[in-house]
Structure formats: C-alpha cells, structure tokens
Write a protein that binds this ligand. Sequence first.
Ligand code: SF4
Ligand code: SF4
Length: 344
Amino acid sequence: MRTIDLGESGLRVTELGCGGIPIMRVSLEEAKVIFRRCFELGIRFFDTAHVYNDSEEKLGAALEPFRDQVVIATKVWAKEAQAAEKELAMSFNRLKTERIDLIQCHNVSNQEDLDRVLSPGGAYEILAKAKAEGRVRAIGFSSHNPDIAIKAISTAKFTTLQFPFNFIESDPQEKVFPAARERGMGLIAMKPLGGGLLERADLCFRFLQQYQDVVPIPGIQSIEEIQEIVGYYKRRRPLSQDDREEMQRIRKELGGRFCHRCEYCMPCEQGVQIPRVLLIKSQVRRFSPKQLIVIAKEAVSSVEQCVECGECVERCPYALPVPDMLKENVEIFRKFLTEHDLQA
Ligand code: SF4
Ligand code: SF4
C-alpha cells in the first residue's frame, strides 16, 4: 500500500483509509478482528467521529497495540467551544490515546454552522488550543455543501477537507478540490461507495485511483469487505471503456434519485428534515435497526408535515423529486423495522 502526504497537514497516510461508521453494527470483539485485519493488510489511516456511537471505543481498543504506527482521525460535532471541549475529552478517552492526529469539525454544511464554529467561543478555539498544546496534530473539517466548503477553505483555518466523492458525486473535482489543493489541504473522500448505494466496488475504486492525492475511507464492517477493496489496490488497472460505459449507465439509473446531502433544499418551512430522511436508503445498509430508530425517528416523523409545496424541488440543484423520495425513504424505514420485528 502506497503512503502519501495528506496535503501539507504534516500527516502521512496510506492511499486507502478505513471509515468507522458501519463498525457500530458489530460487537467489540468482531470490530477488533476487523480493524486488526485492516492493519495487517497495510492500512494505516482510520477515521471515526464522536457521534458514531461506540465507533471511537472500538477503534481505540483495536489499534492500541499499534497506536504509534497509525494515523487516527476523528471529529467533533459540537459547534460551540464548551461542548466541543467535552467531546474532545471523551474522544481522547475512548480512543485510548494522548494524541489525536487529525481532528475535524464535523459536517460544516451551512453558513450558520461555519459561523458558529469560527466565531469567538466557537469549537475551533478548542481545537486550536489542543493543537497548540501538541495534543492534536492537524485540524480539518467535513462538509457536504460545495459553497460552504469553499468558504471554509478560504479561511485558511483548516489543513484537511473531507467531502463525499465517488463516480456519481464527482462534482468536487471541479471547484472544491482545486480550491483545497491551492491551500495545500489534504483531501479525504467520504462515501467512496455512495454511502453503500453503489454496488460495483471495483468501479468505485478504479474511479478513485485516478485521483492520487485523494484518500478514500470506505466504511468497513467485515474482513471480506476490506480484503476485496485492498485487492483492487493490489491488482490495480485503469478504467477501461467498458468500465466508463457501465459507470455512465449507473449514473443515469441512480443519478436522478441520488441525494448529495448538500442542504440547498433547506430549510423547509414545514420543518421537514429533508436530507436526513433521504439518507435512510443508505443508512439501512450501515446501521442496526435500533441505531436507525435513534438516528432517524424524528426525521421520519417530520415528513408528516410535508404539504408538497415543491419549494425544495426548485432549490435542489439536481432537481430531485424530493416529496416522492421522502415517501420512499419512510417506506424503506418502516419495512426495515418490520423485518426486524421493531416499531419506531
Ligand atoms: S434534496 Fe437536493 S438539495 Fe436537498 S440535500 Fe439532497 S441533493 Fe441537496
Ligand atoms: S415539498 Fe414538502 S419537504 Fe419540500 S419544501 Fe415543501 S413541505 Fe418541505
């Protein structure tokens, strides 16, 4: 596995990382086996977040014996300093470490959140203090919104960017990634498999391998998954004409109903939590039924307020049929729970 500089962040990482969302579905013992297999396969970059339930604890326990050989990234969800300080303290404990390599402001996707993070008394102050004390090596952010990402990049406060990037969500290569590169930022691709919706992993990674400074972090929940993905790096080959045609076919098939979680449709005057509901289709592949109830119940209830005014459709840059997709995702949520004999 090649290693690369994560921009000018000072971090050196493997060209493939490991994401920590789906590990929430397995036991601690299984998680240890999976993360250690990732390590044996050569992966040295692991990403998690405060809000991924017990993901930090599992990662911390699994990687404790190899702590000095891996780069660990996590995220604070809180946008205010006091709450961010508490989250950060918990992350150090859960990860069993005295130094976090990369701390990221999690999901800075609207102007209000960007302002809150960077204002006096915002989360950034705490992260900068931790960096000055040597407890954190680099500060980055994650986002789903290109305009907000470009604004955050322009502040020059962050040294890494984590953004969705896959062959359906390829827009970042146009403006967001060039802007980040200009600042020397490291690039991390979240959702390399479209949040679980893209089934042709071979195509996904062949597409991503074209961008040698972008590090994908697929979420892993089994040894078989990571072995398969690492295989695409061992037996690397460029995209063929057939691959390109197949990617185009999949783009056409899924693109018209693929939510990019960019939040341009928000706010809905009726209080419908649109992006959170439209995520459910991929979340059923990554969360357990009980976790999904906690995460999505409130958003699902908010759909009852939809009056089908169509304003979100007008605001969506991809012209997605949002009201239909809301109903479809609510149906998927209910069916998933019924299959597991649960009710929200
Ligand atoms: S519905 Fe459209 S605007 Fe709203 S988050 Fe999804 S892609 Fe973005
Ligand atoms: S169609 Fe429904 S979800 Fe969309 S803006 Fe109108 S009320 Fe909100």
